[in-house]
Ligand binder design. Structure first.
Ligand SMILES: *[C@@H]1O[C@H](CO)[C@@H](O)[C@H](O)[C@H]1NC(C)=O
Ligand SMILES: *[C@@H]1O[C@H](CO)[C@@H](O)[C@H](O)[C@H]1NC(C)=O
Ligand SMILES: *[C@@H]1O[C@H](CO)[C@@H](O)[C@H](O)[C@H]1NC(C)=O
Ligand SMILES: *[C@@H]1O[C@H](CO)[C@@H](O)[C@H](O)[C@H]1NC(C)=O
Ligand SMILES: *[C@@H]1O[C@H](CO)[C@@H](O)[C@H](O)[C@H]1NC(C)=O
Ligand SMILES: *[C@@H]1O[C@H](CO)[C@@H](O)[C@H](O)[C@H]1NC(C)=O
Length: 478
């Protein structure tokens, strides 16, 4: 994969002219597109049958006509195939649509003193409607995809029309000519079908793409940017999209000061969709969480069971008993631990594992009788842990199975301390408070960019160098 360059102003917030690697990439194979168009056609087939079509009123020359009560009696789903046009976009062909319409007609002919009017009903049967549509897919300067119809052709194999009532037998004589006219009207150079389809792609399609969100809010204060870095790429059997994949601080979106590593290479195309996520995506979030002081917490007795942070405890166990000097210097009170990161937690994905490294300070305060706090100790802590990841219902869930922590005294106002007592207290705080808190966060899940009604099935997660690669089939859930 080549680095892709920013087009102009990459996102709404960040202007850059550098060439950057994507933090998020998707590969969508022709299997996914065939599946999606088939789902769409199934829906259409169900909707179209029995569907009334708006009345048509018009005139040609001296004839005024009304066609009313038009209804689709039968719609047979075509076979459909999506293929890629290399370097351009997609081609969608369908063939074998069958359509039967019923309707009523009424007309008036008036010329001089001659007045004729008549009414009746008609049945229109059309077989073998086929069309091919070519769509060019690009990117606009806000990083959203664009689409444009670059070719539409349509063919109606046959259109049979039968009139009933009125002087139907006369019209039936001309039905051959009418059929030709109808076919032309539907499928000809300026036919209704291609006109509608082009309109659907160039106007309706483009309008909805212009409104496509390219950022998503995470945990209120963060913004995940998945604007396109370049035009999607099309090979013979799949398309790929390259996205920014960076998390910003919403109130002040800035580029993270470290590079995006290259994503893992894979040439697999056996599933419908592939999603590459760089560890950069998580690290850009972690960087901002650290920079904007989100990674700090004050732990007090309310967070822990049974007065562990009490300094005096004749009958139970507490910090004042483990570290005697705390009990002696600050009797009959409680301790508050102010925990804060001193480096950003750094996630590194390697072959088969995900590691998170971080370090922080733990400041100890004793509560005074007036409620204020007296500082007396700082420990520095460092942690390296592996996390396990799981994908379910379109989200990535994380779990910290174990949180080994090393602590050292950084500053003490109460003299030398027993390392044993300190480690015991800190390990207790970590296993009772920090680890559950992290797991609670991990169990909320990180949202993947997919549509609500689409589910992942047959999903596989691969952890490779700096990359989480999700390979999955998709299922539409109604
Ligand atoms: C994928 O790449 C591997 C090695 O990089 C190669 O052996 C294999 O034939 C490739 N498969 C396809 C389907 O291109
Ligand atoms: C925690 O306590 C310290 C010291 O009193 C204070 O400076 C800090 O703002 C508090 N932090 C939070 C998140 O409550
Ligand atoms: C801890 O101390 C507080 C007051 O400082 C007291 O109310 C509480 O009962 C103590 N808890 C235990 C378990 O000793
Ligand atoms: C701590 O509280 C106990 C019981 O209330 C009291 O007997 C003792 O004198 C207090 N110690 C100090 C140093 O205030
Ligand atoms: C994260 O850790 C990796 C591997 O140890 C290192 O190469 C990288 O520079 C670190 N990133 C940051 C932002 O500290
Ligand atoms: C990844 O790990 C697996 C087993 O853990 C090993 O078989 C494989 O060779 C490793 N691949 C690389 C690229 O290190």
């Amino acid at each position: 994969m080549q680095p892709v360059c920013f087009l102009t102003v990459l996102s709404l917030f960040v202007t850059s002219t550098e060439c950057k690697l994507p933090g998020l990439k998707t590969r969508i194979t022709d299997k996914a597109l065939d599946y999606a168009t088939n789902v769409a056609l199934d829906k259409l087939t169900k909707q179209v049958t029995g569907q009334p079509i708006p009345d048509q009123h018009g005139s040609t020359g001296d004839v005024k006509f009304d066609i009313t009560g038009i209804k689709v009696n039968e719609f047979i789903k075509p076979s459909s195939r999506v293929s890629m046009i290399q370097n351009v976009g997609l081609s969608w062909s369908t063939s074998g649509t069958q359509l039967a319409l019923h309707g009523d007609f009424h007309y008036k002919y008036k010329k001089g003193i001659i007045k004729i009017s008549d009414s009746g009903s008609f049945d229109l049967n059309s077989r073998d409607i086929a069309f091919q549509l070519k769509i060019e897919i690009g990117v606009d300067n806000s990083g959203r995809p664009t689409m444009k119809s670059v070719g539409c052709s349509c063919n109606v194999g046959s259109a049979d029309i039968k009139f009933h009532g009125g002087t139907a037998w006369i019209y039936n004589l001309f039905s051959g000519m009418l059929e030709g006219k109808l076919k032309d009207m539907i499928a000809g150079g300026n036919g209704v079908l291609c006109k509608q389809i082009n309109n659907l792609v160039n106007v309706n399609g483009m309008e909805s793409l212009k409104k496509l969100p390219v950022t998503v809010q995470i945990a209120k204060q963060f913004l995940l940017d998945y604007t396109l870095l370049a035009k999607p790429a099309f090979s013979s059997t799949f398309m790929e999209t390259y996205h920014k994949g960076e998390v910003y601080w919403s109130a002040n979106p800035r580029e993270a000061p470290f590079p995006v590593p290259p994503l893992l290479k894979s040439n697999d195309t056996s599933r419908m969709m592939y999603l590459w996520m760089s560890d950069f995506l998580f690290n850009s979030m972690s960087y901002n969480a650290y920079k904007y002081d989100k990674l700090q917490y004050n732990v007090t007795n309310k967070d822990l069971p049974s007065g562990v942070l009490n300094t005096t405890c004749p009958k139970t166990t507490c910090i004042g008993k483990f570290i005697k000097v705390i009990g002696e210097k600050f009797p009959n009170t409680t301790v508050m631990l102010y925990m804060k990161s001193t480096t950003m937690p750094n996630m590194t994905v390697r072959n088969g594992s995900t590691m998170v490294e971080t370090s922080g300070d733990i400041l100890f305060f004793a509560q005074q009788s007036d409620g204020k706090y007296t500082y007396f100790l700082t420990l520095s802590a460092s942690m390296t842990t592996t996390i396990s990841l799981m994908i379910q219902n379109g989200k990535i869930y994380a779990k910290v199975p174990d949180l080994p922590i090393q602590v050292k005294v950084k500053d003490s106002k109460i003299g030398a301390l027993s390392a044993q007592g300190l480690n015991f207290i800190i390990k207790g705080v970590v296993s009772i408070f920090v680890q559950p808190k992290l797991n609670e966060l991990g169990s909320k899940g990180f949202p993947l960019p997919i549509i609500d009604s689409v589910h992942f099935v047959n999903t596989e997660l691969t952890l490779g160098k700096d990359t989480l690669l999700i390979a999955t089939d998709l299922k539409y859930g109604g």
